[in-house]
Design a protein around this ligand. Structure first.
Ligand code: EPZ
Length: 447
């Protein structure tokens, strides 16, 4: 058991140092980037945000103590902690170790003020209904990248026996003990699969989720739930079978590496190869969870070496523009689409990037055009004509992965780029500018 999982008494009861405050959306932090330097060196990859979020919510399923290691220090994690604490859940954080205990829950409500800042808050719905028989969770509302409704979460919980009504913008759910059943989601939904899998753990009898999401984060959650005593088969396939149990207990779990952060750094390194020999090693990674991304990087001309828990990228020429089509795992992840558009923007040739998951995930196009990118949008396809060089400009982040795309573009643009509204970036990347600077990138955070 790695030391980081060995919780000493001291860690468990020491007052956790102040958590990284979730950045104030009005904060005017900006990133100043001077492009043109090939990235070289070694950085560690943090734990996966999209695994840690459902895992923290899973603590609601038990009165036992859930000890979670390798939790990334991000704004979204701080938001989830705030949401849980608002329900009377004990959340103690010490660095990347978090101890959660829901043995004195005082509220089963997820307020609009928090849900509107982070859609993943909806992940408390399944556990609350399953353990307490009731929940009042704000509808998330729209989001920059699309409508992102939660109708499948509701449909699945109703099939499990809950009654859910919409009241003043809130989903109000009530349920006797949930009853196992067969659920076929209309489309592949990651948090929908996670919510329903968590709820089914405490249902009476067997639940089968068909058309389930196969993302590695779903598997990581299933592994944690199993450690808590759940009986789950098929996580990682499109058919998950859950045998309900009476109760779940506490457990220890180490969050998987963040595959999207890994992919983001790999693309940044490969893009800077146009300026010289880029050579970056990412430690504590899980390369087997991002095969589709590695394949595309090789197609762009990068040399990749995947180890058991590391991945190295080398590139010493301008990338070739690549075409891709986003789709549910194991196909190319939508969360890497914007990053590849920045790579294509300076690539040789033309790349056709098709987004099939979200209906409005091309907001980075307008900003990339300000940096000199030649991109034309045809329906849900962006046609990127690579140019030899981008030129620095002031640009604005609009959502998490678009921000990453603009940082990558800034690293390869000649002159100075200022990326504004980087609170979007802080939601999913922990001090990314420090790690990019450690790799030689000329990047700093300015107020
Ligand atoms: C998860 O969002 C991720 N977030 C997203 O990452 C990721 O982009 C997305 O999966 C797709 O991989 C977390 O895991 C916290 P979906 P989620 O439900 O679960 C539609 C990031 O950058 N849909 O798989 O909200 C939906 O509108 C974030 O870290 C319904 O119509 O996505 C979308 O078009 C961004 N009804 C598609 O399905 C529903 O009830 C896939 O959405 C649910 C989803």
């Amino acid at each position: 058991m790695p030391d980081s999982l060995r919780f000493t008494e001291a860690v468990r009861f020491r007052r956790p140092p102040g958590e990284r405050p979730s950045p104030d959306p009005l904060s005017m932090d900006k990133l100043k980037i001077e492009g043109g330097v090939p990235l070289r060196g070694e950085v560690p990859v943090a734990g996966a945000k999209n695994a840690a979020l459902p895992i923290l919510a899973a603590a609601l399923l038990t009165d036992g103590e859930l000890q979670v290691a390798n939790v990334p220090q991000l704004a979204d994690i701080a938001t989830m902690a705030k949401l849980l604490r608002g329900m009377g859940v004990r959340v103690e954080r010490s660095g990347t170790d978090v101890v959660v205990r829901a043995d004195a829950v005082t509220s089963t409500e997820a307020p609009y003020e928090l849900v509107k800042t982070m859609r993943a808050s909806v992940l408390v719905l399944g556990p609350l209904v399953a353990r307490f028989g009731r929940a009042r969770v704000s509808l998330p509302g729209g989001c920059a990248i699309g409508a992102r409704p939660v109708d499948q979460h509701i449909k699945g919980l109703e099939l499990l026996g809950a009654t859910i009504r919409i009241d003043h913008g809130y989903m109000v759910a009530e349920a006797p003990r949930l009853k196992g059943t067969r659920i076929v989601t209309d489309m592949v939904t990651v948090t929908g699969t996670e919510n329903l899998m968590m709820a089914a753990c405490l249902a009476n009898g067997e639940t089968v989720i068909e058309n389930a999401a196969r993302e590695p984060e779903v598997v990581d959650l299933a592994n944690c739930l199993t450690a808590m005593g759940a009986r789950i088969k098929g996580a990682g396939t499109d058919r998950i079978v859950i045998e309900g149990v009476q109760r779940l207990g506490g457990a220890r779990h180490r969050v998987m590496p963040d595959r999207i952060e890994t992919g983001t750094f790999l693309v940044a390194a490969a893009a800077t190869g146009a300026f010289g020999a880029a050579d970056v090693l990412l430690r504590d990674a899980a390369p087997q969870t991002l095969d589709a991304v590695l394949d595309k990087l090789r197609e762009a001309g990068a040399v990749l070496e995947a180890g058991a828990n590391s991945v190295r990228v080398r590139m010493d020429k301008r990338p070739r523009a690549v075409s891709l089509r986003t789709a549910p795992y194991p196909a190319f992840p939508t969360d890497m689409q914007a990053q590849f558009m920045a790579l294509d923007a300076i690539g040789e040739g033309v790349g056709r990037i098709t987004e099939t998951i979200f209906e409005n995930r091309f907001m980075h196009v307008l900003e990339l055009q300000r940096l000199g990118a030649h991109v034309a949008i045809e329906g849900n396809t962006a046609v990127v004509q690579g140019v030899p060089a981008l030129s620095g400009a002031k640009v604005m982040a609009t959502d998490l992965r678009a921000s990453a795309s603009l940082v990558i573009a800034g690293l390869v643009a000649s002159g100075e780029t200022i990326v504004d509204r980087i609170y979007h970036l802080d939601r999913g990347y922990d001090r990314v500018e420090q790690r990019l600077a450690a790799l030689g990138g000329r990047i700093e955070r300015v107020k």
